[in-house]
Design a protein around this ligand. Sequence first.
Ligand SMILES: Cc1cc2nc3c(=O)[nH]c(=O)nc-3n(C[C@H](O)[C@H](O)[C@H](O)COP(=O)(O)O)c2cc1C
Length: 312
Amino acid sequence: MLTTRFTELVGCRIPLQQAGMGGVTTVDLGVAVSEAGGLGMIGAGGLPADDVRSRIEEAASRTAAPFGINFLMPFVDSSAVEAAGQGARLVEFFYADPDPKLVDLAHKGGALTAWQVGDAEEARKAEQAGCDLVIAQGVEAGGHVRGTIGLLPLLDAVLQAVPDIPVVAAGGIGTARAVKAVLPAGADAARVGTRFVAAEEADTHPDYAEALVQARAQDTVLTTAFEVMWPDAPHRVLKSCVDAAGAFEGDSVGELAMGDMKMPLPRFAVPCPGRTTTGTISAMALYAGQSFGAVTKVQPAADIVKELSADL
Ligand SMILES: Cc1cc2nc3c(=O)[nH]c(=O)nc-3n(C[C@H](O)[C@H](O)[C@H](O)COP(=O)(O)O)c2cc1C
């Protein structure tokens, strides 16, 4: 297997990172990817420190391989970052100006830190904030999208801006060919999100996974439509869900299960449907990158890792 600055720094076997994707990215998924040789990421979203700690303990009890924790900045809790830094190999942030205080907090516990960025200036700020690596996210990416330019020009610009730290390429990568292509383009690893939404271990509603299987490559759209809880933040989803939410009559499209509690899900809200979500799934946020043409079935995460790394 190919060795890169990413594999050497993080200590995984394959230059492949599974993207942190909120509630979709369960401990089961992170562990499965890490066991298969990639870097598995577990979503921490807005979880409190105790929950993050227990996820890390569970993951560490099931794999000796490195894994990471992902935080979305609009929902971050600094004591949770501190807890993540004490147990994860990588603590990663997305969607705000890089913050040296959070980076320090994660470093204090011994973790590496990363920031997912959408332009070269943000990459420079991440390095100045003390990050050990950055992820360059092209506009092809699924979920919330930070930048406005395509992965290849962005990768070039980021590599030039931060030549001394590893750069991971993200956005629209869903096949072994695409993983193999970004490495000679200068990336130290490929980051893959949408493919893993359809992993057996992900917390994904079956209708969401099926929608990814059925849609065609041109069926995503970059929009700010799903803005309830997080306004003015562009995201890439299946176009069909924007249309379905627009046509939906009523304030709530369904219910989200939070432990034993059920929470109504407003129309155009940010959460995507997990296994236990009920309601009109087709009208919820069905995040998808331009990579989703590669999603042909629901399969074990280890098989996805094997397929993606087959040509390395
Ligand atoms: C369902 C979904 C949820 C996402 N949630 C997050 C998140 O919580 N944190 C984050 O850093 N990135 C998130 N992303 C973006 C990914 O980190 C990554 O940039 C993207 O998946 C790469 O493009 P791809 O989906 O074409 O592989 C999400 C992406 C998807 C598809």
